[in-house]
Write a protein that binds this ligand. Structure first.
Ligand SMILES: O=C1O[C@H](COP(=O)(O)O)[C@@H](O)[C@H](O)[C@H]1O
Length: 260
């Protein structure tokens, strides 16, 4: 495992370093393909992106939004304006705060018309519809499902995307996007990138902050035999994997950290 870990005392430093990393990868992607294909996660990453891409005006001025192709590494099967939507979080925290006149990125979101039931959550999960949503999202992926950067979170249980510890989707090799109807974290119905997509990325960056993440990071970085989803991402060969963390998240974790 050779993931690089960047650690900082303050949350704002974590965010600024994530912002600089995004700019570095944006630059090389635009130079080679005139577009930046990035996948975002939900959860705590939303606030990090706001601090990096909106509040830090120096970073914000260098973001070439019109060249961005934005995808979501996982999405909850709820309407896009629902508080649980990962797109909705990015929209509220980042897109709605872009200065007026900014050309927005191209956004790749789930097909809302396929959602069923109250608030998009069917009383009984409609697996046919959820499968269709996953297939439609897979069809919208970039050529060869290759991302310049995938930004991930790591849950306190070690999950990433909507790939949960011990879940059968960890072994999914045929589908690029899979649906899950039994997510242990609510809401239960979601779609998610699978390992074949993560393995094709140029770069993957995790963001994890707070003492609540320290116990799982000990397993991820300290137990070579761990099968936690985030550890399995660290083990992917040929992909540059980085972690942006605060000092409390790596308190007691045996790992060499650097400044970005
Ligand atoms: O449910 C989810 O959780 C993970 C981790 O979230 P965090 O708040 O612990 O950072 C997130 O990366 C994923 O996109 C989301 O759907």
């Amino acid at each position: 495992m050779c993931a690089k870990v960047y650690s900082f005392a303050e949350s704002v430093e974590v965010a600024n370093s994530v912002g600089k990393h995004i700019l570095k990868l944006q630059k090389s992607a635009i130079a080679s393909s005139d577009s930046f294909k990035i996948a975002l996660s939900g959860g705590s990453l939303g606030n990090v992106l706001k601090k990096a891409l909106i509040d830090n005006t120096s970073i914000a001025s260098e973001v070439q939004w019109d060249k961005w192709e934005v995808y979501f590494s996982d999405e909850r099967l709820v309407p896009l304006d629902h508080p649980d939507s990962n797109y909705g979080l990015f929209n509220e925290l980042v897109l709605k705060n872009l200065p007026s006149g900014t050309k927005h990125p191209s956004l790749h979101v789930i097909d809302e018309s396929l959602l069923t039931g109250k608030d998009g959550q069917a009383a009984g999960a409609d697996s046919d519809k959820d499968k269709q949503i996953a297939e439609a999202y897979a069809a919208s992926l970039p050529q060869d499902a290759k991302f310049d950067l995938i930004l991930l979170g790591c849950g306190p249980d070690g999950h990433t995307c909507s790939l949960f510890p011990g879940h059968k989707l960890l072994n999914e090799r045929d589908q690029l996007i899979a649906y899950i109807s039994d997510s242990p974290k609510l809401p239960p119905r979601r779609i998610t990138f699978t390992f074949p997509v993560l393995e094709r990325a140029t770069a993957i960056a995790f963001v994890a902050e707070g003492a609540g993440k320290a116990a799982i990071l000990k397993d991820i970085f300290g137990d070579e035999s761990s099968k936690l989803p985030s550890k399995l991402v660290n083990d992917i060969s040929g992909v540059e994997v980085s972690w942006f963390v605060d000092n409390s998240a790596v308190e007691g974790v045996r790992v060499i950290t650097s400044k970005y």
